[in-house]
Ligand binder design. Structure first.
Ligand code: F3S
Length: 768
């Protein structure tokens, strides 16, 4: 590798304090007398007080609650709004840790980068003004619209081996490609780090993924994670960190590792990480961070950035990279994995049309230089025989740096030469910001190199089947137009009647002439100074932004026994209920900073298990029905606290804290679930909602809308009485009464949030 380094950054605020972390780790080792995994080393070295966290005799992984000091926070423009509104109400003058804001989610894709960007800046002006003014006031780095997608920018600028970082987006783990722990959280967790409050995490289990062999031909890092998602399912990583190790790690580029880490979110993993490698060092140097690479080299020699010999994992998954083949996942769930050789048969068996309607590449998952040059290689091969893509082919570069480097190295012109439309450096179609004009309401199939494929996610059409694949498979299929096309074996018939077969794509992990930064006006000042005199801009009568009113505690001061008030069940939600179901994205994104307006979308795509209809709830007091937000608002207006009964893995999918804020805003006090997704469960706690797990999953169907619920034993849990547990007393509408056992994961600190009405109420009371 001999890339030309075109610039060098000031690394003082982005180099982890390795000496201190190593010292902390020594302290931890006094208590944990065993070899540690890499993830444990990184996590435990960031624990605020090892003496109190590790001195007990109990198990740590999967059991202990850790108080942590993350080193950095990154926020995207949609989730940053609510996080900042919350941070503002904590009344501090600056952020306790370096923090950045990235304008990427609000950019809509219509007809190409330049006009889309201009239009989106106008449409979202008041939000960008708010974010920029808050960034100036509190000393936050502000990445303007067009600068790129949060995770790509973090990888290029801030990520460093051994670092612990929080990001208000579920694909924050992308930065794990540089051998760190980057964890997706809700805005309220980010506010913990920004206010210097220890951030709490239940110590995850560690799943070891042992990689042997080597990827080759058409198989890419994306195929590894698509394959693994099929094995683990969307729940398999819940409560765990995926730690990759073995000889198969070193041969992969840093950006390839980032793709794998990115999609660990699809199996519910807390995050993913890899041992420090020479490819990571090369990437750090190529992105102007030689000082970080040098410091990481030293830390690695001292044993920090790799697992200890003999470290034990909670589970080990073996993957031989040489055995993998390209894989296509979907539709509608990222864990339905089909090897490309079986995909044609799969399509035929389902009776689906053998046709793709669009191919989309790029996003935070797959827009590295390696991805883009591999795709350009295929485009060149196709162009040489006169082919252009058969269907719309859209490309979202991950950052201005990637885009500018692609432009300089003729990658963009090559893609455009075969029909590609290059969109702005932003999320665009990946988050439903795709103004798709064809296929409205029609059955159709798209292929993307993105990471997530819940119904309606890309174009708002629930009939669009969305399949996930590597950028090169998406590209090859866009040329063939057929779902059954297997580029490893199949050929495309040319107009001349000749047959054309792609040769396996070859890309370049780092540009020979170094990266070029592109338009510098997108970049923030390296270490911005807080400007307390700046006024944060919230437009009068804004429909996009609204100052946040603190939630009222469920408990009255006079309440001595600390049980929740008597609740009514609003509805029993059937089956999969992701954060997209609870708080839909797409057109609702514009209300992220306005709780009243965005709450109108509460659970509008959730299915009521009583009757099987979507967005229908029953008001048993008046024997009427309405949409879910309508009935929830009625309960709120009657000051009737309410609860939800939900199925397995409730809240899977993202760190969207609105999915917790909105039910709380309408008066939800408790959610009883067969199981919860980790991030969402924490978000519920932050907003003062009690999440309870049904001990007997069959109890789910015994409780229905209009039933009343009472907690028994919550006051004992508050009092930390040994053996205390929470039982829920159910009074059916016909008067039948029974009790059901539940489990909870509330720590003593989280109980303080519940008592105060929200974590923010608690933080404010401790700062005053
Ligand atoms: Fe954006 Fe999609 Fe990634 S929404 S952050 S490009 S997952």
């Amino acid at each position: 590798f001999a890339t030309h380094v075109s610039y060098e950054k000031d690394c003082s605020s982005i180099t982890p304090p390795y000496e201190k972390l190593l010292q902390n780790l020594e302290n931890v080792r006094k208590y944990l007398n065993r070899p540690l995994t890499l993830a444990e080393k990184i996590l435990y070295s960031h624990v605020v007080d090892p003496d109190s966290s590790f001195s007990g005799s109990g198990r740590i992984r999967g059991d202990a609650y850790l108080q942590l000091h993350p080193e950095r926070v990154a926020m995207q423009d949609a989730s940053a709004q609510m996080a900042l509104l919350q941070f503002m109400s904590a009344s501090l003058v600056q952020c306790a840790v370096p923090t950045s804001i990235h304008c990427d989610h609000l950019i809509q894709a219509f007809d190409g980068a330049d006009s889309d960007l201009k239009r989106s800046v106008v449409t979202n002006q008041e939000v960008f003004d708010f974010l920029q003014s808050a960034a100036q006031k509190y000393g936050i780095e502000f990445w303007r619209p067009g600068s790129g997608i949060i995770h790509q920018i973090v990888l290029e600028n801030y990520a460093a081996p051994g670092m612990l970082m929080l990001g208000t987006d579920s694909h924050t783990p992308n930065a794990g490609g540089l051998g760190m722990l980057a964890i997706g959280v809700g805005g309220a967790d980010a506010v913990d780090a920004m206010t210097g409050t220890p951030w709490e995490l239940k110590a995850p289990n560690i799943i070891g993924v042992h990689l042997t062999g080597k990827l080759s031909g058409w198989t890419t890092p994306k195929d590894l994670i698509l394959h693994l998602a099929g094995k683990l399912t969307v729940r398999g990583g819940t409560g765990s960190i995926l730690e990759y190790f073995g000889p198969g790690v070193a041969s992969q580029s840093c950006t390839g590792l980032a793709t794998i880490a990115n999609m660990g979110a699809e199996v519910g993993a807390t995050t993913s990480t890899f041992p420090y490698s020479s490819n990571m060092r090369d990437y750090l140097k190529a992105t102007g961070r030689s000082a970080v690479a040098d410091a990481a080299d030293k830390a690695a020699i001292q044993g920090f950035l790799i697992a200890d010999k003999g470290a034990e994992y909670d589970e080990v998954i073996e993957i031989n990279l040489s055995d993998l083949e390209p894989t296509i996942n979907g539709p509608f769930t990222p864990d339905l994995a089909t090897p490309v050789s079986q995909f044609g048969k799969f399509i035929q068996e389902q009776g689906w049309q053998d046709e793709i309607s669009a191919g989309l590449i790029g996003s935070c998952t797959n827009s590295s230089y390696e991805d883009m040059t591999s795709v350009a290689d295929l485009a060149k091969q196709a162009k040489a025989v006169g082919l252009t893509t058969k269907v719309p082919f859209l490309c979202t570069p991950g950052s201005e740096q990637i885009r500018a480097t692609m432009e300089r190295d003729n990658v963009i012109s090559t893609l455009e030469g075969v029909g590609a439309l290059v969109l702005a450096n932003a999320c665009g179609p990946c988050i439903g910001q795709w103004n798709r004009t064809d296929k409205k309401g029609e059955d159709n199939a798209i292929l993307t190199s993105f990471n997530r494929n819940f119904k309606s996610r890309n174009d708002g059409n629930s009939k669009t089947m969305n399949f996930l694949a590597s950028p090169t498979i998406v590209t090859a299929m866009a040329f063939s137009g057929k779902l059954s096309f297997n580029p490893l074996t199949d050929s495309i018939t040319l107009p001349s009647g000749d047959m054309f077969k792609f040769t396996p794509p070859s890309g370049q992990d780092l540009p020979t002439n170094g990266f070029t930064v592109g338009d510098k006006s997108y970049y923030p000042a390296p270490t911005p100074v807080p400007q307390p005199e700046v006024e944060v801009v919230i437009k009068k009568n804004s429909q996009r932004l609204e100052a946040l009113e603190p939630f009222r505690s469920h408990f009255s001061d006079a309440d001595q026994d600390l049980e929740l008030p008597i609740m009514k069940v609003l509805l029993r939600v059937r089956g999969k209920c992701t954060t997209d179901h609870i708080s839909a994205a797409g057109p609702w994104l514009k209300y992220k900073g306005h709780l009243t307006n965005i709450s109108e979308n509460l659970l509008i795509t959730a299915t009521n298990d009583e009757g099987g209809e979507m967005n229908v709830a029953f008001d048993r007091d008046t024997n009427t029905s309405g949409t879910i937000p309508e009935i929830a608002k009625r309960f709120r207006d009657r000051e009737q606290p309410w609860a939800l009964i939900v199925d397995d893995n409730y809240g899977e999918g993202s760190a969207r804290e609105h999915a917790a804020l909105q039910p709380r805003f309408y008066g939800c006090a408790m959610i009883l679930a067969r199981s919860f997704a980790r991030i969402h469960e924490t978000n519920l706690k932050k907003q003062g909602i009690l999440p309870l797990w049904l001990v007997d999953k069959d109890d789910y169907s015994r409780i229905g809308s209009g039933d009343t619920l009472e907690t028994i034993g919550l006051s004992d849990v508050f009092a930390d009485k040994p053996g205390s547990c929470i039982v829920v007393k159910v009074t059916k509408r016909d008067g039948t009464v029974f009790e059901i056992p539940t489990k909870h994961t509330m720590s003593l600190d989280q109980l303080k949030w519940l008592k105060a009405g929200s974590a923010l109420n608690h933080i404010r009371s401790t700062k005053i």
